[in-house]
Design a binder for this molecule. Structure first.
Ligand SMILES: NC(=O)c1ccc[n+]([C@@H]2O[C@H](COP(=O)([O-])OP(=O)(O)OC[C@H]3O[C@@H](n4cnc5c(N)ncnc54)[C@H](O)[C@@H]3O)[C@@H](O)[C@H]2O)c1
Length: 278
């Protein structure tokens, strides 16, 4: 019997939860830039009985993502991909956020779009920040959706002058993820595969903890307080949504975005909340 492979890119909070949820009966190819994070996530999953192969990857490098895709398909049929690697505004400069969150996602979609198994599926973890991004003009949306990944960072809308700070870079990158995944759903569909985004709200992971103890702490508390749920989300809640989108019940869903934010964007649209990009 051919080995079924689930590739989890990003071994942080959300990646671990998806790996645990989706890994049973498959080989989990777990990838991250940070080798310490990778080793601790791999041993956690292995201790739970999963079969894990760890690979270091830098999603901002085409060669690195290409090597990861080849390594995964060498192991077996790549039936699921969860792309969870990313940087948040307090962690990185605008340029690094655009290279990892925006161009890195485009590289993952291009490289894994070459090897995903027929009937396979992927989820890309975007963010509710993509829903906070002010509307872009249609030409900008088209460029973000379809410019080849290696040329994306040269677009005028992504120059340092056009993207003043890390918060703006993050929102733009996460909006670009929605557009990019919708465009990729066409070529992935030609192979009989599907791809969708999930846009989480505040999910308690190392990334969210850093954000919530940074200069935007009060703003995060405001989001929690004004949202319908009135709490943070858990990585298990994101993994449950990923399981649905990756599985057969979502066979008619591709190129879509699932917002899981406890109602933060709803509160924003109802003027109960103001958000400023730092
Ligand atoms: N936690 C939240 O509240 C939240 C909310 C919305 C969106 N997200 C998004 O979810 C995704 C996962 O976040 P998380 O909360 O699990 O964070 P996390 O920090 O726990 O995990 C992210 C992982 O990405 C890895 N990474 C960073 N740069 C990389 C690169 N160049 N190549 C490969 N790996 C790299 C990091 O080492 C880290 O292990 C991110 O894209 C984040 O923007 C998170």
């Amino acid at each position: 019997m051919t080995t079924k492979v689930v590739v989890v890119i990003g071994a942080g909070g959300i990646g671990r939860a998806i790996g645990r949820r989706q890994g049973s009966g498959k080989t989990v190819v777990l990838a991250d830039l940070n080798t310490k994070t990778l080793a601790s996530a791999a041993s956690e999953l292995e201790a739970d009985g999963h079969t894990v192969i760890s690979r270091q990857v830098d999603v901002s490098s085409r060669d690195s993502v290409h090597d990861l895709a080849l390594a995964a398909v060498d192991i077996g049929d790549v039936v699921e991909v969860a792309h969870t690697a990313g940087l948040s505004p307090v962690q990185a400069s605008p340029a690094a956020i655009l290279a990892v969150d925006l161009a890195g996602t485009a590289l993952v979609l291009e490289e894994f779009g070459q090897i995903i198994a027929p009937g396979g599926a992927a989820v890309v973890i975007s963010s509710m920040a993509g829903h906070m991004q002010p509307p872009l003009d249609p030409a900008a949306e088209r460029a973000l959706a379809s410019t080849p990944a290696d040329e994306l960072l040269a677009l005028p809308i992504l120059t340092p002058a056009a993207v003043p700070n890390s918060g703006a870079a993050y929102a733009l990158a996460k909006r670009a993820n929605h557009l990019r995944v919708q465009a990729a759903a066409v070529t992935w569909g030609d192979r009989g595969a599907r791809v969708n985004t999930i846009s989480p709200g505040i999910i308690l992971t190392p990334l969210a903890r850093e954000e919530m103890s940074g200069p935007g702490a009060a703003g995060y508390q405001d989001m929690i307080n004004t949202s319908a749920a009135g709490r943070v989300g858990t990585t298990d809640e994101v993994a449950t949504a990923a399981a649905y989108l990756l599985g057969p019940d979502a066979a008619f869903i591709t190129g879509a975005d699932l917002l899981i934010d406890g109602g933060v964007i709803a509160a924003l649209r109802a003027d109960r909340l103001q958000v400023q990009f730092r």
